[in-house]
Design a protein around this ligand. Structure first.
Ligand SMILES: *[C@@H]1O[C@H](CO)[C@@H](O)[C@H](O)[C@H]1NC(C)=O
Ligand SMILES: *[C@@H]1O[C@H](CO)[C@@H](O)[C@H](O)[C@H]1NC(C)=O
Length: 316
């Protein structure tokens, strides 16, 4: 029996369409809005089984609206959705869709977005996705080059992260967790003090550790090589001798980072804001590193790729 729930995923970017694909494969009807979007986006949406709809239609027919966008667009989308769906008519018996912000925005921004929904019929859930895939990847430096040659988006077709969700309302959270039966991995963040903002705080903390350490590795490999190629070789040898688990992490985390760096620039700025003045400055620096990687300087990429390939040879 196909499920009767309807989900909107906005927008049909690489991540949004990845999430939509999981849902449509499980028989869920997934809507999105394709106004003013590029041909590439429209094609991606079609391939994920998404159907184009106005915000008004989304507001009047969907049970869930998942906002999955670059963090800088999150607030504007919530405002636009509320404005455009305001006039939508729904049977009084059918509740307005629950709006779920799945973006890598800092908790202060989530609170601003949640405030928009205070006076609306829609309930609001804060969600944050954990990109576990980067941890398990085992791409080589060479594969990294092939990626760069052919893609500017996330490499995986099977993007299916775990969404952690928080809200002030446990039964609302439980119904969101119910989407797990359609392939979405959802986990409720409940417990002492938990509420709106905490799923985002969790995401920032997790990404700050995983993407932060990947940035530290890359920064020091580049700095060592800038001193001299021999220094980078000696760094590799010393890590192999005394910190083999760190070297292993470098080989698994650095190559898949390169094609995603463009998305992490803004995310690191959000983390800087979350941590706050003082130590938060660390993440402004990390954002700069990802911005440098995004620019794709051939020598930088060659240094990282070569380091990873040499490390892999040692690990064999
Ligand atoms: C698309 O562009 C038009 C004209 O610039 C604008 O009025 C409209 O709001 C845009 N639609 C969306 C969904 O951004
Ligand atoms: C909590 O969510 C449930 C399910 O959506 C809803 O029925 C209930 O009214 C909500 N409670 C509050 C206080 O908003």
């Amino acid at each position: 029996m196909s499920p009767s729930i309807r989900v909107a995923v906005i927008a049909a970017g690489a991540m949004g369409s990845g999430v939509a694909r999981v849902l449509t494969r499980n028989g869920v009807k997934v809507l999105t809005n394709l106004d003013n979007r590029s041909e590439a986006t429209k094609k991606r949406a079609r391939e994920a089984g998404m159907q184009d709809a106005s915000f008004k239609e989304i507001g009047s027919t969907c049970d869930w609206v998942l906002s999955i966008l670059p963090p800088s667009d999150a607030f504007a989308l919530a405002e636009k959705f509320l404005q455009e769906s305001a006039g939508s008519t729904r049977l009084a018996a059918t509740p307005a869709p629950v709006f779920v912000d799945c973006n890598a925005v800092n908790p202060a921004t989530v609170h601003r977005i949640a405030d928009l929904f205070e006076k609306s019929a829609s309930k609001f859930i804060d969600a944050g996705s954990m990109e576990l895939s980067e941890v398990h990847s085992s791409l080589s430096g060479q594969t990294l080059y092939q990626f760069l040659a052919r893609t500017s988006g996330p490499p995986s077709d099977d993007y299916n992260p775990t969404f952690y969700a928080s809200a002030g309302n446990d039964s609302l959270l439980d119904s969101f967790v119910g989407l797990s039966k359609y392939g979405l991995k959802v986990s409720a963040l409940k417990g002492e003090g938990a509420g709106i903002g905490d799923a985002s705080a969790l995401k920032m903390s997790y990404a700050g550790i995983t993407k932060g350490t990947t940035a530290l590795f890359s920064t020091m490999i580049l700095a060592a090589h800038q001193s001299s190629p021999a220094t980078a070789d000696a760094l590799l040898n010393e890590l192999h001798a005394s910190q083999p688990f760190l070297l292993k992490r470098i080989t698994s985390a650095v190559p898949p980072m390169v094609p995603k760096a463009y998305r992490w620039v803004g995310e690191m700025e959000e983390i800087a804001g979350f941590v706050g003045e003082g130590e938060g400055e660390i993440y402004h620096g990390i954002s700069k590193l990802y911005s440098r990687i995004e620019k794709g300087d051939a020598q930088d990429l060659a240094v990282l790729a070569n380091f990873v390939d040499e490390a892999k040879k040692k690990q064999q």
